[in-house]
Design a protein around this ligand. Structure first.
Ligand SMILES: NC(=O)c1ccc[n+]([C@@H]2O[C@H](COP(=O)([O-])OP(=O)(O)OC[C@H]3O[C@@H](n4cnc5c(N)ncnc54)[C@H](O)[C@@H]3O)[C@@H](O)[C@H]2O)c1
Length: 322
């Protein structure tokens, strides 16, 4: 009988974070809390202050996840030269601006300077690995490791290989993110926006439509989502939900009974809004009324506290065994 052991971070001691903005700081916090040495590469002159402030902000969430946060920044370093930053690293997580040419330029340097064993992952939320790796000599080494914001908290990482990414790299990425306590999902095909953002986008289009049409306000719509599908989807995805919605007949009955009506009367009636001037003004005005009382930091902290409580209830935090 062969026993496959759970992936560990044993072979990961040093990580290079390229781009220390919103996503880079969040990955850095998680990597540090998981015991890795972290080097940040970012051309901003004030990057050190920004990263340290960002880490301070997310430390309570990391602690609430049950991760060790004492002396978090002892193993944090900064290196302005990209080749030096990735030399001797075990994993590179790139979080630079979402521009193809820039990412290609970064990866051309990284593949030459990083050790052959290093995992090379980009956080891009829309650019296929195939397009970035087009500029690389070793395209088999690059993979998309797309987190859901904030990466230190939300479990999902979409692992998206390009056409030339090797199976070894795919396995390496899966194992690394699993060992970090994330839930990696490998996509079977490259598609713009990957999966989670395509789903958000589909739903958000109808959200904008419903508010623009005056059916509900933003605040009312958010309340409807969190009290229904948001709560439901945290425990059962759309397919499982509709399988249950079909009663004893399951999904086949659901499709016959309600799915066909959805196809003929609901899908064609869904909105196709635009961010024209009037719609944008309406959305901004309602957002001010709904969320204007708190700063973004306060609202994010409140969201993170609730998110962690939910994750804990579902057994999804590192201290609950994933
Ligand atoms: N923000 C999100 O919700 C989100 C979610 C998932 C993935 N992503 C992806 O993560 C990446 C970063 O997004 P973000 O929201 O953190 O952006 P950001 O603007 O907050 O951070 C980008 C950072 O890259 C730095 N940078 C600029 N040029 C650089 C270079 N040549 N080398 C290294 N760093 C450089 C900038 O100074 C900045 O600090 C993007 O590819 C984005 O698509 C973002």
């Amino acid at each position: 009988m062969s026993i496959t052991s759970a992936p560990t971070l044993d072979s990961y001691q040093r990580a290079a974070i390229i781009g220390g903005g919103v996503i880079g700081v969040s990955w850095a916090g998680l990597f540090l809390a998981r015991g890795l040495d972290v080097v940040i590469n970012d051309p901003r002159p004030d990057i050190e202050d920004l990263v340290r402030a960002g880490l301070e902000e997310i430390t309570p969430a990391l602690a609430a996840l049950g991760l060790p946060t004492g002396n978090l920044t002892d193993r944090l370093g900064f290196e302005a030269d990209l080749a030096t930053a990735v030399a001797g690293t075990d994993v590179v997580q790139e979080n630079g601006p979402e521009r193809l040419e820039l990412k290609q330029q970064i990866w051309r340097t990284v593949e030459q300077a990083a050790p052959a064993h290093a995992l090379l992952a980009t956080s891009t939320s829309s650019i296929p690995a195939t397009a970035i790796a087009d500029a690389m000599r070793q395209p088999e080494r690059l993979i998309v490791g797309h987190p859901f914001n904030p990466p230190h908290l939300v479990p999902l990482v979409e692992v998206v290989p390009g056409t030339k990414t090797s199976p070894r790299t795919v396995q390496q990425a899966k194992d690394f993110y699993t060992a970090l306590g994330k839930k990696p999902q490998v996509l079977r095909k490259e598609i713009p926006g990957f999966v989670a953002n395509r789903l958000q986008s589909a739903l958000f289009r109808e959200c904008v439509n419903l508010v623009a049409q005056g059916v509900v306000t933003e605040q009312e719509l958010d309340g409807i989502v969190t009290a229904s599908i948001g709560m439901r989807w945290a425990v059962a995805g759309p397919f499982r939900t509709f399988h249950l919605g079909g009663g004893p007949g399951g999904l086949p009955h659901f499709i016959e009974h309600l799915g066909r009506a959805m196809e003929t009367s609901m899908w064609p009636a869904l909105g196709n809004p635009t961010f024209d001037e009037a719609t944008t003004a309406l959305l901004i005005d309602q957002a001010r009324q709904a969320f204007g009382d708190g700063t973004i930091e306060e609202l994010a902290a409140e969201r993170d506290r609730a998110q962690i409580a939910l994750m804990r209830a579902l057994g999804e935090t590192p201290d609950s065994g994933i």
